[in-house]
Design a protein around this ligand. Sequence first.
Ligand code: SF4
Ligand code: SF4
Length: 337
Amino acid sequence: MGYILDESSMQKVLDALKKDYIIYAPKRKEGEGMYSDTDCIRYEVVDKVAEIEFFEKSNYSFKEVLLPISQTLYYFTEDEVKEAEPERKKGAVIFLRSCDLHGVKRLDQMYLQNGFVDYYYKRLREAVKFVVIGCGKSYDNCFCVSMGTNVPEDFDLALYPGEGGYHLESRWDEITSIVGQLEEKEIRIPFVEENDVKVKIPNNLSIDIIKSSMWEEYNSRCINCGRCNFVCPTCTCFSMQDIFYTDNGKAGERRRVHASCMVDGYTEVAGGGSYRRKNGERMRFKVLHKVYDYKKRNGYHMCVGCGRCDDVCPEYISFSNCINKLEDAMKEVSNNG
Ligand code: SF4
Ligand code: SF4
């Protein structure tokens, strides 16, 4: 059961939420897309329901709300260190799709349950509520069904602009008390049951796959731009930067910024060494992290099948195709002994 709300009732729900929460949702940025005359859909603070893009996949994920692209951790002088204030002092409500909600579970695993608690992630993660947006259709390059992320697990609200208004399912008492005056209706928030793109991760996938020749193709095709990492809701790497102020070179701030395993410098170590110089080696690392070693440690795959890496790659490298080559690659390495 749920409720069907017209635009003004839905706005009332949003206005009630705004008292205690900042609302983040996918928003269309006209003319700011990858190519001229194209739009970009990315996460921003929204005030009005009408600002939310419900019918297209966002180019970037919700990730920046919990992991800012550049985050100041503390300020320093010669004598003192002062912790930076959190980016927001209120809770947050994030509108996101089922695959991305599964992505939150991966971020939590990396930053909260991976042997230590990341203080800066934790303080942004607290008091966050999730509104899952139904998917009326499968979008280009999505393969969420293969990855088992097409249906959401835990959410506070589920929402879909369907016939007659906004279809809302509430598991959040505060919201149920607002919409509870409305008549309850039989609703079904849609989630996709089939994608055009399907992937098959071979059951016998083993570390021997690193010997396959399949990775060589990416030495020339990939231009190590790192875009695939930046749009991925489950990529969690960062690097540290100390910024020294120009008016006092002994004072500054430490920031952590998103990093990419595909770009130059990521594996550089003291003495000029680098673990993965070739682009094919970097691709191998990324693919195996997403669909092999993370699962060995945590019991489920890291990739949620959102397809954003395929959408954004300027070289038309398809991550799903790459996964689908693993079966033949395992045969190749088995045949070669
Ligand atoms: S690897 Fe690609 S398809 Fe998988 S979660 Fe990341 S961006 Fe989405
Ligand atoms: S987006 Fe494409 S070209 Fe850029 S690093 Fe990723 S795979 Fe390589």
